[in-house]
Design a protein around this ligand. Structure first.
Ligand code: S0N
Length: 272
């Protein structure tokens, strides 16, 4: 099973393509196991923004180039004081913006993982809605070994996903876990032979595309609301407002204002 991927926009560090309502964003730095520098993250932020605004796209596959790595986290060669340093010489941790953007995207994002998902690359798969792993995938955090930590989603959402004891083990010991171990702890949704990874991810994407987009959108935001506090509620509330705008009742309010008359909300049922 394959699809006719079309490049949407040219980037230096990533590939953004789409086909049949599926977007695919690929980190394209295989020489460093797809580690991200600030420019890589900025490009991903741009591509995910395009995905958000594209009504043709219903689901995203997020992956890394090649079979050796999904992503090995921040590019250690450009880590400076206070963050990762890009060509503008400013240190930043813009991957945190990307994490929030993936969470807030009102479309499911599937991490498609072959090889390493390590450090900040591991957190990127954690913030995705689903993870399809190849049988050669390896998962883990490295922070306490390499002088960093992600105390945000990297800690709290990981704990929600695998339980607090296991999350602490992952961070405190910095071990690397096989795809099967990841499946056993609920860190990934399925494991397939690496040669079948693309085919399986397209299959899952197509299954999702056959479902109601608004139902999926609300479910994603409901899961976020459960974990993200007021920010999660804001997303869910925004979607509720979007839905309300689509009703005759909401239109009556707007039309009455524009027509300079009192709104007649009496004609709408007060359901139990
Ligand atoms: C993934 C590992 C275990 C793979 O080992 P393997 O198979 O032996 O391959 P290598 O020979 O080590 O790697 C192949 C080439 O790729 C380079 N490379 C690999 N990872 C990186 C990287 N992260 N940055 C730069 N280069 C990388 C290797 O150097 C090698 O190149 P050559 O052949 O030229 O030598 C192993 O590679 C490994 O352990 N990698 C490092 C993993 C890591 O520690 N990543 C960074 C962890 N931290 C973050 O990701 C920070 C995330 C973040 O942004 C953040 C977010 C929230 C709050 C704080 C932070 C923060 O800044 O910490």
């Amino acid at each position: 099973m394959t699809v006719d991927w079309q490049i949407v926009k040219n980037y230096e560090d990533i590939i953004y393509e789409k086909a049949e309502g599926i977007a695919r964003i690929t980190i394209n730095r295989p020489e460093v196991h797809n580690a991200f520098r600030p420019e890589t993250v900025q490009e991903m932020i741009d591509a995910f923004a395009l995905v958000r605004d594209d009504p043709e796209v219903g689901v995203v596959l997020f992956t890394g180039k090649g079979e050796k790595a999904f992503c090995s986290g921040g590019d250690q060669r450009v880590r400076g004081h206070g963050g990762y340093v890009g060509s503008d010489q400013v240190p930043r941790l813009n991957v945190l913006d990307l994490q929030r953007q993936i969470r807030a995207l009102p479309k499911p994002v599937i991490a498609v993982v072959a090889g390493w998902a390590i450090g900040g690359g591991h957190v990127l798969h954690v913030v995705c809605d689903l993870t399809i792993a190849a049988d050669n995938a390896k998962f883990g955090q490295t922070g306490p070994k390499v002088g960093s930590f992600d105390a945000g989603y990297g800690a709290s959402l990981l704990a929600r996903t695998v339980g607090i004891k296991k999350a602490k083990e992952i961070w405190y010991l910095c071990r690397q876990y096989s795809a099967q171990e990841a499946l056993d702890m609920g860190l990934v949704n399925t494991v397939v032979p690496v040669a079948q990874l693309e085919e399986e991810s397209i299959k899952w994407a197509r299954e999702i595309l056959a479902k109601s987009p608004i139902a999926l959108r609300f479910l994603k935001m409901a899961f976020n609301a459960d974990t993200d506090g007021a920010a999660g509620l804001q997303q869910l509330a925004g979607d509720a407002t979007m839905l309300y705008y689509m009703t005759e009742e909401a239109r009556e309010g707007k039309n009455a204002f524009l027509e300079k008359r009192q709104p007649d909300f009496g004609k709408f049922p007060r359901l139990p």
